[in-house]
Design a protein around this ligand. Structure first.
Ligand SMILES: [Zn+2]
Length: 96
């Protein structure tokens, strides 16, 4: 698995966080990606929103990978842009 793959965040990913949610679960499902990551607690169903950096810090491991998008990793760099924009973003990735 490449470094880029490791940094990828996909809708449908089930991840484990370093700290448990107060409900006792430490597993979350990613429901939206972009500038902010939205994830749902699998224990109580609560939705939280984190910025990408915080999400990556809290994520301990990926339990289940979500389905690969048509262009893998491209959505990571340019989640909501038009096709021209994504292409440019892909050529000069701004990975952390
Ligand atoms: Zn919870």
């Amino acid at each position: 698995m490449s470094e880029i793959r490791k940094a990828a965040i996909r809708v449908g990913d089930v991840v484990e966080t370093r700290k448990k949610h107060p409900c006792g679960s430490s597993q979350w499902e990613v429901t939206r990606t972009g500038a902010d990551i939205k994830m749902k607690c699998l224990g109580c169903g609560r939705l939280v929103m984190l910025d990408r950096e915080t999400f990556l810090k809290r994520r301990k491991k990926i339990i289940t990978e979500g389905p690969l998008p048509e262009a893998p990793d491209m959505t990571y760099y340019a989640p909501a842009a038009d096709p021209g924009e994504s292409l440019n973003a892909y050529v000069t990735p701004d990975a952390p």
